[in-house]
Ligand binder design. Structure first.
Ligand SMILES: Cc1ncc(COP(=O)(O)O)c(C=O)c1O
Length: 357
């Protein structure tokens, strides 16, 4: 029988949301990292223009979408050598089902991590093992995840760390998947794709990307895989039977999003400005900020149990995520998502300033 899935984390947080809602100024929800800035108009237009869509979409995606992803992978990620691409509905769905699709029996995932890596291993009835960043010490397995920039910490892998993970994959003949869905949101550090360091040999290597945050398209469910052609062919074959095709209007919206980068630069600036607004006031409130060099989050601690920090912030009407959602090592941290409007971020900062007077 399949091991039991963990409690759904956001249900566990609900009582703190209730408390935060009692604040006279209302709740400022900095918990779930769900984008609030509008999907750029030209992307919405591309979706609308493809609204007449009577046929089934191809699992592999249209040639135009495949070309857009290939070009983007070469130009933005620095991918080299022979590789293939595959659109997927949402990277969450991919993370949750990849170990099942690949029939993995042992899965490595970061010790402080996005919970779906563990969920995917459990769904596949695979053994799930937490590992730290140093891949030199990783045990034998058939699938490993890296995530840079990290959710929840905002940590960015160095070139050495990525190369070390590639070496692990080559030595073990194991699949290495790099979840890079925050790659274009560097702040004090510039994240790099694993595909830049393969020296043209992409065997057993995959990068996962998502337009949810990059292009504020979380509601579209638009993501894709890039990497080892043989591995992608295997995944595509299973998907042809199992479905989960990306709807054609969404494919058109993806092409528009990938062919334009100004909106990404603007979105990055928005998230980084919000981080800059909250950083000093959190420091004044006694939080040390760790990592948080890129991505969508602030990872902070007051060296107390994370639920005490969450409760203290809920009194101020601010909802943060307890670090324990991301692993035992997060038990004294909180994660603050920068996915609130500028006005809400300013209001949160003002409440923190007020309470520290
Ligand atoms: C590290 C990481 N990977 C994947 C996802 C899933 O994103 P989506 O399903 O919207 O593509 C998330 C979402 O928060 C994430 O933080």
């Amino acid at each position: 029988m399949r091991p039991q899935l963990p409690d759904f984390p956001w249900d566990v947080l609900a009582p703190y949301a209730e408390k935060a809602k009692q604040h006279p100024g209302g709740i400022i929800d900095l918990s779930v990292g769900t984008p609030v800035d509008p999907t750029p108009g030209f992307i919405q237009d591309a979706l609308k223009a493809a609204a007449d869509s009577p046929r089934y979409p191809l699992t592999a995606g249209t040639q135009k979408l495949r070309d857009a992803i290939l070009t983007w992978a070469r130009n933005t990620l620095g991918a080299t050598g022979e590789f293939d691409v595959l659109p997927v509905i949402g990277s969450k769905e991919l993370v949750a089902w990849l170990p099942t699709i690949l029939q993995s029996s042992k899965v490595l995932y970061p010790e402080v991590a996005y919970p779906t890596y563990l969920v995917g291993a459990l769904l596949a009835d695979a053994k799930a093992i937490e590992v730290d960043v140093n891949a030199d010490k990783w045990p034998k397995a058939d699938l490993a995840w890296v995530n840079s920039p990290s959710n929840p910490t905002g940590r960015v892998h160095s070139e050495d760390e990525l190369r070390c993970a590639i070496n692990w994959s080559r030595k073990r003949g194991a699949v290495l998947v790099s979840d890079e869905c925050y790659l274009e949101f560097g702040d004090t550090s510039t994240p790099q794709s694993i595909l830049k360091f393969t020296d043209g040999n992409n065997k057993n290597l995959l990068a996962v990307h998502s337009l949810s945050k990059r292009s504020s398209m979380a509601g579209y469910r638009a993501a894709f895989l890039i990497g080892d052609s043989q591995l992608i062919a295997k995944i595509r074959e299973v998907r042809k039977h199992a479905g989960m095709m990306v709807p054609l209007p969404v494919q058109e919206a993806m092409i528009a999003a990938l062919s334009e980068s100004t909106h990404v630069v603007e979105q990055r600036a928005r998230y980084n400005a919000r981080r800059a607004t909250l950083r000093p006031v959190l420091n004044s409130a006694g939080f040390s900020i760790e990592e948080s060099a890129a991505g969508l989050y602030i990872w902070a601690t007051r060296n107390e149990d994370c639920w005490i920090s969450v409760d203290w912030l809920a009194e101020l009407g601010i909802l943060a995520t307890p670090g324990i959602f991301y692993g035992k090592k997060g038990a004294s941290h909180i994660r603050i998502a920068l996915t609130a409007t500028d006005a809400q971020i300013r209001a949160a900062a003002a409440r923190l300033v007020e309470v520290c007077k």
